[in-house]
Every structure is written in structure tokens, then in C-alpha cells.
Design a binder for this molecule. Sequence first.
Ligand code: PLP
Length: 507
Amino acid sequence: MSHAVADTDAASLRGQALLDHIATDFLGLDTTYPLATGEVTRRVYLDSTASTLMMGAAHRAMSAFLEHYANTHSLMHNSARLATQAYGWAHDRILRFVGADPDAYTCFFTGSGVTAGMNRLARVFRDLRPGKDTVLVSIMEHHSNDLPHRKHLGRVIHLPVDSRPEGHGCVDLAAMEQVLKREQGRVNYVAITGVSNVTGIINPIGQIARLAHEYGALVLIDGAQMVAHLPVQMSGHSDPREDLDALVFSGHKTYVPGSPGVVIARQEHLAAIEPEEVGGGMVERVFTERYTVSSKFPDREEAGTPNIPGAIGLAAAIEVLDRIGMDILVAEERQLIDYAIERLKVIPELNIYGSTDTQDCPRAASISFNVAGLDHSLVAAVLNDYHNIAVRNECFCAHPYVIEMISDQAAEYLAMSDAELAASCEPKPGMVRASFGLYNTRKDVDLLVAAIRDIVTNRERYLPLYALGPDREYHHTTFESVSKEAFSIPRWVDEALREYGGQSPDR
Ligand SMILES: Cc1ncc(COP(=O)(O)O)c(C=O)c1O
């Protein structure tokens, strides 16, 4: 065996051992709730595409940092210096993780996840390239990677996904090229998700970037569902057309709830215009009649006091992912997704959306489905109330994509006016989504499969137990699923204060 092979083997053994350890070290893996049957069981968390659980190591890193917390805009005291160093490390760590050349790219943190980053970049690209008013997105985008471009640029074209024998696939590259050709000169940028938050289908972002650049468009990738699940290489490709102009992702989907959104973008694009947000921290000098913007990255893009602990926790989680090795994480997750699809596919009453041939059309994290004849909210409610399985239902902020896939069931909905929709008491269209993080196991999949089989078999028993509520979702008629008995933050605070002799004011 060559030294190189032996080193690789040793590194992957170390990565696997670390993954085995980390996978069991998340907050909330042992959370229990009472079921409608009265039994108390462990919650099975299958909603990581919405938000992942908190990685223990990142939580501890944040807590350790909080002993030294200070504002990074303060200069001379020890804590301010330590905070500034740690915050700088967070930026560098993330740039390295996404393979972005630190001399050419900058990383900055934004408020509310991808949504804030997308709105910001839409305004940046609009101002950077005036006259180019068109953005290409795909039909599979989350609203966060669609509406900001509609609002700030004006004209958005939705590219189709390709159809395969087994269902919808990834973005249709031939259609994309046709549109780029037709709209040449007008397309400002192409904004595509790396991974769908509905089907988990992975898009070929290298090919997308190459095509976009060939036709003079910039390329912006929504990394919300990608960064925690797949390796990303923003720059340094042998074909530089594959390098990305910008990537956005959310810390709360990368194992650190409460952490900010992240933008990584080419410095040259940002340097060409005044930052979109102004205030403290991004200026050199301010007089009453003028101000000078800092030329330093990332400072000029981060007006105001940032979420320093959140950024540091996120960078710590990213350090962990990198040490495990994204190749190991991808292999593990692929096995779990393949296992889940194989086991779900054989339930005849289940319709899984998107291609289920994962060799031809690989997925990360998400699987969405419907049970024939049962509303998605009823299925999600029974999964919660009788099986303690947390899934998401409805349209997952990706209405056009979901509606396209369920158009046969949503025909009436599609024909309704806005006024009719607002007055409607009918159930909303949608699907059920099970999604996975690195803490999920085959046992979780088995529990999901068993629960769906139970719902299919016992549908007549469950149906009379549920009624459609004013929110147009199904709810149990006698069991209150979100019980204050399970957890109440005011009670928690009250009890903690009472330990110190603090009485609540209404006592
Ligand atoms: C693909 C995708 N893009 C964007 C978003 C929006 O992210 P955030 O809620 O962090 O702004 C999500 C959230 O689910 C998503 O899945």
C-alpha cells in the first residue's frame, strides 16, 4: 500500500470515528413528548431542512466564547481583541470551507438567513449592472431565491426542471441555454439552488455556472440546503467559468440555530458600488456633509453590531464538518437517503415527488410525499400525535414547484382567484416532507416507514379523530399536541428566578 493510500485510509477512519461521536452530540436528540395515547416517547426529528438541531460542540464553543464576549467594534480591551480575533477566524474558516480564494472573495454575515443575503445581493447586482433587468431562477426555488429578484430587479424567468422516467429531475440545462441565448445582454445573473428544499434533488452548479458565464451572466447559488450536506468549491476550478460569483447559506440549517445568514461573494463586485447597508462599523470617517466608506472587507459589508456569538458557533460547526470530511458525510447521507427511498417507494399508497432514481438524480436531505387520499396536514398531525415524528407539511415556501408537482390534485386551487383563496375553508394544497441531518439513523427511517404503514392501514380509525381547523390544517379533536406541560419558557424563567428568590410581579 502506498503512503498516500494509507494516509487517506487513516484520515477517513478518523473522520468516521469523529462522525460517530458527533452524530450523537446534538441538543434535543433525547427530547420526549407525550403522545395522544398517553405514552411518552422520544421525538424523532425529521425536519432538518427547515432548521437543524444544535451541534453540541458548536454550542460549547459559543458558550466558551461568551465568557470573553465583547463588541468587535471596541478596540483596546482584552475581550474586544479576543472577540475580534474569534470573529475574524469565523470569516476565514467559512471562506476556506466553501473553497473561496480569500484574496478574491469575502464572507459577511447577514440577518435572517438566506433571505437577508438574497435581498442584499439582488440589490448589489442591480446596482452593479444597471440595464440588465432579468434574472433566471428555476421553478424549484424557495421563495427567498425568487421574490427578492422580482422585487429588486423586476423581471424573473423561471427555468423548468427536466422530466425523467422516474419523475422531475434537476434544472433543465438545455432550456437554460435557450433562454440565455434568447435573452442575451439582458440577463444580469442566474440564481439557482444547489439542492431543492422540497425533493432534495441536487443541481449541477458547475455546469450552471459555466453556461451562465458563457452568456455573460453572473451566477449566484442558494446554498441553504447544500452547505451542510455537500462539498462546495467556489473558486479555483480548472475551467474558471465554473467559479461562482456568490453563494448564500443559513447558519440555522448548518447545525447552529440562532446563527446568522452568510454571504460569500467576489470582492470586485462589492467594491464597485457603495455597500447596500450603511451605519456603524463600515465607515472610515463621517462628517455632517459626507462620509468615507471603509475599503476593508468584510467590514464595509457589515454595518451595525453583528451576531458575533452566532457566527463563531457556526464557524465551529463548520470546523467539525471539515474535520469529519464532506466526502464521508456525503457517503453517509446518500446511504440513508437511498435506504429511506427504497423503503418508502414500496408503499403503494405513497407518492414520492421528484425522481426516485438516486443514481441518475442524486438527492440530499429531503424527501417529500403524499399518502393517497389523505391530506398532508392530517398525515403530519398523525405522525406527530401518535408517533412523535416531526415532519413539515404544506408547500415549504416553494409554491410554484410544489403546485407543479401536485397539479392534478391542485386543479381547483389553481383556478381560484385571490379573493376566493382568501375566503376558502378548504385544505391547502401541499405535501409532507421528511428531512435528515447527520444525527439521523436508519432506525429513524424505520420508525417513519412503520408510522406511514400504520396511517395507511388504520386510516379509518384516524380520520374521525381529526377535524379541519380555521387555519385549514387538520387537528386532533381531543388531544392538544403542543402542551404547555411539555415545555414553557416563561415557566422555565420563573422557576429559575424563584431559585434566586425573585418573585414574579403578578404573584
Ligand atoms: C433552498 C432554500 N433557500 C432559502 C431558504 C430560506 O432560508 P432562511 O429561512 O434562512 O432565510 C430556505 C429555507 O428553508 C431553503 O430551503
